[in-house]
Design a protein around this ligand. Structure first.
Ligand code: G1P
Length: 293
């Protein structure tokens, strides 16, 4: 059966983006014209996902509002002769189903995924982190490629990876590939946020995963790890150590990950997306040229 369900954890507090995230979710920050989470949903929809389960937390209701059909706004645009703006709301009609559950305590990413268990039940599913856009304008088929490998190899899990500079390994889950790390490779191990010296490679988990429901039992047994949090990476590690086949799929050249978790990468992402905007990009480019002179 094709995988059509994605769990999107969006419960994190976004403390690295304060004060912007004091009263709005980081997933709702705009990158170019759209909020981050809209890119994530559009990417998943293009890869065959039809049902989205957001794991939310305090202060995240604007995400739910964003994906609702806003009849009042539609009527207002019609009545005031602004019909041309209606196409900006087309994403409301992607034909997706939305579900929401809450992580009631901030115990880490692994715990957030575990909160999805009662709704996911006994089916394979995608996990897509809500603060990462993959590819310019989210034009990425990484999840479709991962799902294909998952079925073909009857893997227990498939994870997206991208190469990062050696000094950055401390921020990510890092793969130890079994043999040479080609576009698709098998994992011998995975370590959450290792030191530069400990890191077995510079292949970093890139915010997209495919799992069988068996991961939930492992998450339920996972003790707090790095940062005192229940880490998804640690449950994957147990899966590998128990003999489960876990594959890595690398992002392709055009599929960079835009991380909206800190200002440095958020500013870069915003600039790149704004510069690529067909309507506003060319003017902005000129403006920036003048600024930089
Ligand atoms: C999480 C994961 C980490 C992964 C990263 C980016 O870390 O724990 O393994 O590499 O997302 O996908 P966070 O950025 O939430 O600290």
């Amino acid at each position: 059966m094709p995988i059509d369900l994605a769990v999107v954890p969006v419960a994190g507090q976004g403390t690295r983006l304060l004060p912007s995230t004091k009263s709005q979710p980081k997933e709702m920050l705009p990158v170019g014209r759209k909020p981050v989470v809209q890119y994530v949903v559009e990417e998943l929809a293009r890869s065959g996902v039809r049902r989205l389960l957001f794991v939310t937390g305090a202060g995240k209701t604007s995400i739910e509002n964003h994906f609702d059909i806003n009849a009042e706004l539609i009527a207002f645009l019609r009545e005031t002769g602004k019909e041309e703006l209606l196409e900006e709301l087309d994403f409301e009609r992607m034909g997706l189903e939305y579900f929401y559950t809450r992580q009631r305590k901030q115990l880490g990413l692994g715990h957030a995924v575990l909160c999805a268990r009662p709704i996911v039940g006994n089916q394979s599913f995608v996990v897509a982190l809500g603060d990462s856009i993959i590819g310019m304008n989210a034009q990425s088929a990484i999840v479709a490629r991962m799902a294909e490998q998952f079925e073909k190899a009857r893997a227990e899990a498939v994870i997206a990876f991208e190469e990062v500079p050696r000094d950055d390994v401390v921020q990510y889950g890092i793969a130890k590939p079994r043999a040479g790390a080609r576009d698709v490779f098998e994992l011998a191990d995975i370590i959450e946020k290792p030191s530069v010296a400990e890191a077995p490679s510079n292949l970093a988990v890139a915010a997209r995963y495919v799992f069988r429901p068996g991961i939930f039992d492992l998450l339920a047994e996972t003790r707090p790890g790095k940062g005192g949090e229940i880490q998804l990476t640690d449950a994957i590690r147990t899966l590998i150590h128990k003999g489960g086949k876990v594959l890595g799929v690398r992002l392709a050249a055009g599929e960079r990950r835009f991380d909206i978790g800190n200002f440095e990468s958020y500013f870069r992402a915003f600039c790149e997306f704004a510069l690529a905007d067909p309507r506003y990009g060319p003017d902005l480019r000129e403006y920036m040229r003048q600024l930089l002179r």
